[in-house]
Design a protein around this ligand. Structure first.
Ligand code: HMG
Ligand code: MG
Length: 292
């Protein structure tokens, strides 16, 4: 039996893709409900340009409004120093810098080449270190880029190594468009495990093709124990056309239980949080697959 940590990314990766406004109050209620499920890690907000992702513009109000469960880490995405300062002021327990293994995706998502993005992340990592705030790294497009197609495993390993070199405590490997297969995820992991131990890697697998659990299974077999998922399978990336939902948290938690892995989550409360998301979706009365 393995302990699996599920990082709940629904409030950020899930909601960022919603074209229609969602109130800060609804986001706060969602996070509070998730806290009650027993998550040790929740990605609660994003401090990015509001022109690029308007849905995440209220990160400070959301962070201020949530009831923090002792022992839970509430993290936020920070693409640059401006975002980092805002996240720190809002009391983020962890910040995340997010790069990509694809040049085109990097340009479209954060308006920088891979090399430029790493230079932009370095002062964020340094400031966080000075403040004692842990930094998570992300690598997007670990197997397929929506613009460039297949991505070489070595490109993923290079960005992963750079993020660790900067001081990230963990790197989350993003199958941004959910096109991974056991073969492609396995090949990517083989390259990445040459530069980092499994204990410091997380799997972030979108479920576009309904195969994210297969990616999880391959990763668990390689020793990974941390996976990102979103309540109700919310999500996608506004700069990744075709990227549909994240792996559903309930689906992942059930898979863990069926395969004898412990998550420590309250399944009844998880169901209630999922129902809350279903109601929210109904209220929004639209759930576009690809608003970008
Ligand atoms: P830029 O336009 O090159 O930045 O964008 P800039 O420095 O030239 O600034 C332009 C304007 O944005 C300025 O305002 C700045 O003040 C403002 P103006 O003078 O025009 O009024 N600005 C900010 N405002 C608030 N917070 C900030 C910030 N930074 C600049 N932090 C930038 C570069 C990185 C800012 C932009 O491209 C951006 O915000 N991108 C974020 C895109 C994003 O959030 N994508 C989704 C998250 S990644 C993801 O989902 C993938 C993941 O889930 C893993 C996976 O699935 O693969 C993590
Ligand atoms: Mg994502």
């Amino acid at each position: 039996m393995t302990d699996i940590t599920i990082v709940e990314v629904g409030p950020r990766d899930g909601l960022q893709n919603e074209a229609r406004p969602i109130s800060a109050a609804a986001k706060i209620e969602l996070i509070d409900r998730l806290s009650a499920c027993g998550f040790k890690r929740i990605e609660a907000a994003s401090f990015v340009s509001p022109k690029w992702v308007p849905q995440m513009a209220d990160g400070a109000a959301v962070m201020e409004g949530i009831s923090r469960r002792p022992g839970t880490v509430y993290s936020a995405l920070t693409p640059n120093l401006k975002g980092y300062e805002a996240a720190r002021a809002a009391g983020a327990d962890e910040v995340a810098i997010f790069g990509a293994a694809s040049e085109t995706f990097s340009q479209r998502n954060i308006n920088a080449s891979i090399a430029e993005s790493l230079e932009r992340f370095r002062p964020v990592a340094e400031a966080a270190k000075a403040d004692g705030i842990p930094v998570r790294g992300y690598v997007s497009c670990i197997v397929v880029c929506p613009y460039e197609g297949a991505i070489a495993p070595d490109a993923v390993a290079r960005v992963t190594a750079a993020l660790f070199e900067m001081g990230c405590h963990e790197v989350s490997l993003g199958d941004t468009v959910g096109r991974g297969t056991p073969t492609s995820i396995g090949a990517m992991l083989e390259a990445v495990l040459d530069v980092a131990p499994a204990s410091r890697l997380a799997g972030h697998y979108h479920d576009t093709n309904g195969r994210a659990l297969e990616s999880v299974a391959v990763s668990v077999a390689q020793g990974l124990q941390v996976f990102d998922s979103a309540i109700g399978g919310l999500g996608g990336c506004p700069y990744a056309p075709g990227a549909k939902g994240n792996l559903s948290t309930t689906k992942l938690a059930n898979w863990c239980a069926e395969n004898g892995h412990r998550t420590g989550l309250d399944m009844e409360r998880l169901k209630q949080a999922e129902n809350f998301v279903a109601d929210l979706r109904r209220d929004l009365d639209a759930f576009p697959d690809d608003p970008a």
